[in-house]
Structure formats: structure tokens, C-alpha cells
Ligand binder design. Structure first.
Ligand SMILES: [Fe+2]
Ligand SMILES: [Fe+2]
Length: 358
């Protein structure tokens, strides 16, 4: 079980940085002494949004976020068994952006598996990404855990194929946060049929980790923090005892418990989004237990990005978020209430209230 704070962690890697952030997420899967399965860790990097400006130029700040994550991930000790990239490698899905992002990622020492983000997909419907990285959804087993990677950012056929003068018009429409011309994300029927089949061979006691890009829950439709067929996906996972869904896309800390499934968002390397509840004009379904980070400082571009250790000692995840220039926090499964909660800041009296946006 990992109990390192940031300073101890950096000491153990042989470096020491004051006020540093590590925009990566280290996941530890621990079974306890009785289990025949082996403990292991993996690390999670997400939402780099590499953006091409023309010629050889890319948005420097987004490059730096990913470069930093890769450099620091290479210092992790113990070495993670593998890495996951949580989607939105590119901003507008171009070859230049994907190539440039993969060039940065190629410096990572270890195997990387990728999740498809909407920013990677809607220019050529994932064709170039797939040619470089393989299938858009797949599963694999690692030391007793069944991992499932989904492409959760598909949408309706008509929106995808019949509406846009050019692929880039489609890409730009889906790339917006405030998304009036967008379309709700879907895992879709074909992939759900594949998932059903994939799960048939898995014992109900085997821990399952699902990696999606959008949350497999409905948080806020206006920003597509939303997967339209989430309930149908969740229903397929219901017979399993220990299920965790890890997702990117929202660029912020979120956590939730829906029946047998714990949900945890991972942070972005590019920028943080505000909590949709601060967008006062519109209703949202932000998970009731989520504790807003004490708000991001707009003058410090790395605030509210960060990294986390994740323990899985009991089959439930403990997330240890390390936030630069902000208060670290731990979100752990509370057996009494049967869901995750912030161990320190769940009480709204202990937080700085979120900013309101008008
Ligand atoms: Fe993103
Ligand atoms: Fe996204």
C-alpha cells in the first residue's frame, strides 16, 4: 500500500522539486496477503491536447504538460507495470498532432495502452490513430485483473456522416466544450455487444477496471460530460463484484458510486476545467459526493492539474490526489456509507467555494 506524500515520493525517485506537480496518475492494485494474485501498479496520463499551429509549431504549454508527465513517469519507483493514456492526445485529430504527441510519448519507458478521445477521433473517425495504435476498443488481463478499454465517444450515424461539409467542420463542432452543435457520446450497440461477449468469459469475482474517455455516467450534457448509453454499459458490469471505471475528458477530480461501480476521473496534463456546477445557468448532475478542488488559480497554468496514487487494497480504490499550489486530498471508499468520499474536505464548510461564472 503506498503512503508516500509528494516530497517522499520525489526523494525516492532521486529528485527533489519544490512546488512541483506530477501530472500523472499512478495506480496500485493490491490484493492483500490472502490473495494468490500479485500486487502491481500502473500509471495514467490523460488529455494532453497536443495542438498544431502550422509549420513546425505546436502550442508550447500543452507540449510541456505532456513532456513533464513523461519525464516524471520515467522516474517512478517502483516501476509501473505499464501505462495508460486516457484520450485526447491531439486537439483536432490531425496527423501532425498525433505524430507529435506520439513522439513525446515514445520517450516513456514502458508499454503504453491508449484510450480514444473525441479530439483524436472526429477528423478521420480514428483512422490514423488506429493505424498507429491498434483497435479502438479491446480488453486484456494483467495479474488477475480484467481491463477493458472502451471507445465511449462515438455518436449517432446521422450526426457523424450526414451533416458536415468537411471532416474538419465535424471535428471542430465536437471539439468545443460548450457544444451546441455537438452530439451526445455513445459506446454504441456494436461495442456493447462486444463487451457482453468479452465479459462472458470473466469470473464474477475477478476485479474489473474499465477505462473510458467520457464518464460512463451522466454528469452535464451541455459539456458532454455525459455518455448517452451509460446505463446500458453499467448494466453489463452489474454482475461483477469489484468494478472501477477510470475516465479522462473532464479534466478535474470527480468520484461517484453507482451500485457496484466506483467511478474516478483522472486529471489532465493540459488544463483543468471548472466544475459544471459553477456554470450557473444550467442544471447538471455532478456526482453528489464530489468535492470541488479549491479553485484553480487562473494565473498559474498548472494549478488543478496533478497526479494521484491509487490503492486497491480491498477491491475498492483509494485515490490520493497531489495538487500543486493546492491542498492534497484523499478520496477513499467508506464502508459505512458504501461509496467513496473525501476523507478531509467532504464537508462544504472546509472548502473554498467554487467560483461562479456568468
Ligand atoms: Fe480533454
Ligand atoms: Fe475529451
Amino acid at each position: 500500500m503506498i503512503r508516500l506524500n509528494r516530497r517522499e515520493f520525489l526523494k525516492s525517485t532521486g529528485v527533489f522539486m519544490i512546488g512541483s506537480t506530477l501530472p500523472i496518475n499512478l495506480v496500485k492494485v493490491a490484493y492483500g496477503a490472502q490473495s494468490p494474485a500479485e500486487d502491481f501498479t500502473f500509471a495514467y496520463i490523460s488529455d494532453a491536447h497536443i495542438q498544431h499551429l502550422g509549420g513546425g509549431k505546436f502550442v508550447r504549454n500543452w507540449d510541456r504538460g505532456l513532456i513533464r508527465a513523461v519525464q516524471e513517469a520515467n522516474l517512478l519507483s517502483p516501476r509501473p507495470d505499464f501505462f495508460l493514456f486516457g484520450g485526447d492526445l491531439a486537439q483536432l485529430g490531425t496527423k501532425e498532432e498525433i505524430d507529435h504527441g506520439l513522439e513525446i510519448m515514445s520517450k516513456l519507458r514502458g508499454q503504453v495502452r491508449y484510450v480514444m478521445g473525441e479530439h483524436d477521433y472526429y477528423l478521420d473517425l480514428g483512422e490514423y490513430w488506429e493505424s498507429k495504435l491498434g483497435p479502438q476498443y479491446y480488453s486484456f488481463d494483467h495479474k488477475g485483473v480484467h481491463f477493458i478499454v472502451l471507445n465511449s465517444i462515438l455518436t449517432h450515424h446521422d450526426w457523424t456522416f450526414n451533416r458536415w461539409p468537411t471532416p474538419m467542420d465535424r471535428m471542430r463542432a465536437m471539439a468545443r466544450l460548450d457544444n451546441p452543435e455537438g452530439s451526445p457520446f455513445l459506446v454504441g450497440e456494436k461495442q456493447r455487444a462486444w463487451l457482453k461477449k468479452d465479459l462472458e468469459k470473466v469470473n464474477k469475482n475477478v476485479p474489473i477496471i474499465v477505462c473510458s474517455h467520457s464518464p460512463l455516467q451522466k454528469i452535464y450534457k451541455g459539456w458532454n460530460f455525459w455518455t448517452d448509453d451509460a446505463e446500458k454499459v453499467v448494466a453489463l458490469l452489474k454482475p461483477f463484484k469489484k468494478v472501477t471505471v477510470l475516465y479522462g475528458h473532464v479534466h478535474q477530480i470527480q468520484y461517484n458510486q453507482i451500485e457496484n461501480i466506483s467511478f474516478h476521473a483522472v486529471m489532465a496534463t493540459a488544463w483543468p476545467w471548472p466544475y459544471p456546477q459553477s456554470y450557473t445557468q444550467a442544471r447538471n448532475n455532478l456526482p453528489a459526493l464530489t468535492v470541488p478542488m479549491n479553485r484553480a488559480d487562473p494565473f498559474f497554468e498548472r494549478d488543478a492539474t496533478g497526479w494521484q496514487f491509487i490503492n486497491w487494497k480491498t477491491g475498492h480504490v483509494d485515490m490520493h490526489y497531489q495538487l500543486p499550489n493546492n491542498l492534497d486530498r484523499t478520496v477513499a471508499f467508506n464502508r459505512k456509507i458504501g461509496q467513496p468520499e473525501d476523507t478531509k474536505y467532504q464537508d462544504s464548510q472546509k472548502r473554498i467555494p467554487p467560483q461562479k461564472h456568468f
